[in-house]
Write a protein that binds this ligand. Structure first.
Ligand SMILES: Cc1ncc(COP(=O)(O)O)c(C=O)c1O
Length: 382
């Protein structure tokens, strides 16, 4: 077997982004300007939402969304433990408590039955994470939220291009937050965006993202110093730069190709792994379109495959994999805060899952190399 070096992920960037960023720099308008607005328009139009509010990360987008949804100190917000630390941290940043509940063992998303069980007098919200690009069970979550008067914020960090029942993630009715970190579907280096149909919410989000100022940088610029901003609310500096904005615009043009190519790679992975009993490939429910931000396989526990050993041996053969998401209730900060918790499905999924490499420029030889080595190592482990 020839030796290859397969990275875990690669952003899909080329000279187009390089030239466009250079042009922005030469223009001297480098932050929260017209290119950011262009990106907001392109993304909100693509997902089918009226407004897009760009931020400097998905974490700040989540924080803003929770804040403007009225989540207060002392409230509880239900979320999965099988997610990025940013999901729970954003809840913590508004002074509320993340309440970790179980996931569905097939979709790795919140299990609505456990969400219902976790509701207390203090519960005010649900953070619906569309994990790894697969939509959460929104029909049931919205029904529970309506019944108990809860708000939903969607963490769609990984889910740009995903769909639920014929609608794109970002247009399902709750504030929805995307990430443009280099490992996400598209990238602007760092960056985030909220989509919403609610005009008042969008206006408040624009104000709070820019120190709480009553007028925007663009308005102040065009008024040539003749108007003053006032600061009626406490704000943050969550602004996006125009270098990021223009990268986002170009990445949006590439998005259909990125999604299509990653879908093809995942279908090939699915096919090549279909005869491997030890491995479960990603499950996609009917009426859901996966964005395939990542490809997560699960080793069937009865075969006793040492997942960490597998990652090590794949790395020795030049293939970069990653372990599945580590449960947040095991992380020192939340363990110290909440004490020992036990979420058996989350823990089992976390222990036995492994991400395979995936990126739009991956070719057929690289895909074959990943799978033939994986099969070889599984055979050797017996
Ligand atoms: C589910 C989820 N939420 C939030 C984030 C945070 O995104 P960002 O790094 O843009 O703040 C991530 C990023 O890894 C994520 O995977």
């Amino acid at each position: 077997m020839s030796n290859m070096e397969i990275p875990f992920a690669l952003p899909y960037l080329d000279d187009e982004e390089v030239e466009a960023v250079g042009e922005v720099i030469r223009s001297n308008w480098v932050s929260q300007g017209a290119r950011v607005k262009d990106f907001e328009n392109a993304l909100s139009e693509y997902v089918g939402a009226r407004f897009g509010i760009a931020t400097n990360s998905c974490t700040s987008a989540l924080h803003l969304s929770l804040l403007l949804s009225g989540i207060m100190p002392g409230d509880e917000v239900i979320c999965p433990s099988f997610t990025c630390m940013a999901t729970a941290n954003a809840i913590h940043h508004v002074g509320a408590s993340p309440v970790f509940v179980e996931i569905d063992p097939r979709t790795f998303n919140l299990d609505p039955a456990y969400v219902k069980e976790a509701i207390t007098a203090r519960t005010r919200g649900i953070m619906a994470v569309h994990q790894i690009g697969l939509s959460a069970e929104m029909g049931e979550l919205v029904r529970i939220a309506d019944e108990h008067d809860l708000v939903i914020v969607e963490d769609a960090a990984t889910a740009l291009g995903g769909e639920y029942k014929g609608k794109r993630i970002g247009s399902l009715g709750s504030p929805t937050c995307f990430s443009f970190h280099p490992r996400k579907v598209i990238t602007s280096g760092e960056g985030g965006m909220i989509t919403t149909d609610d005009e008042a919410f969008a206006e408040k989000a624009r104000i709070v993202r820019a120190h709480g100022a009553s007028i925007s940088d663009l308005e102040r610029h065009f008024a040539k110093g003749t108007i003053y901003a006032s600061y009626p609310v406490v704000g943050y500096n969550y602004r996006m730069t125009d270098m990021q904005g223009v990268m986002g615009v170009i990445q949006m043009k590439k998005l259909p190709f990125i999604l299509q190519r990653k879908r093809e790679i995942c279908q090939t992975y699915d096919r090549l792994l279909s005869d491997v009993d030890e491995v479960e490939t990603p499950y996609v429910p009917e009426e859901v379109v996966h964005s395939y931000q990542s490809y997560l396989i699960r080793f069937q526990s009865e075969y006793g495959i040492d997942r960490d050993g597998m990652i090590r041996q794949m790395a020795e053969r030049g293939i970069s994999c990653r372990h599945g998401i580590a449960p947040l209730h095991w992380e020192p900060y939340y363990r110290d805060l909440f004490g020992e918790m036990h979420l058996p499905v989350t823990e089992e999924v976390s222990r036995n899952t492994m991400f395979l490499p995936i990126y739009p420029a991956m070719n057929e030889d690289e895909i074959d190399y990943v799978i033939s080595n994986l099969k070889d190592l599984i055979a050797l482990s017996k």
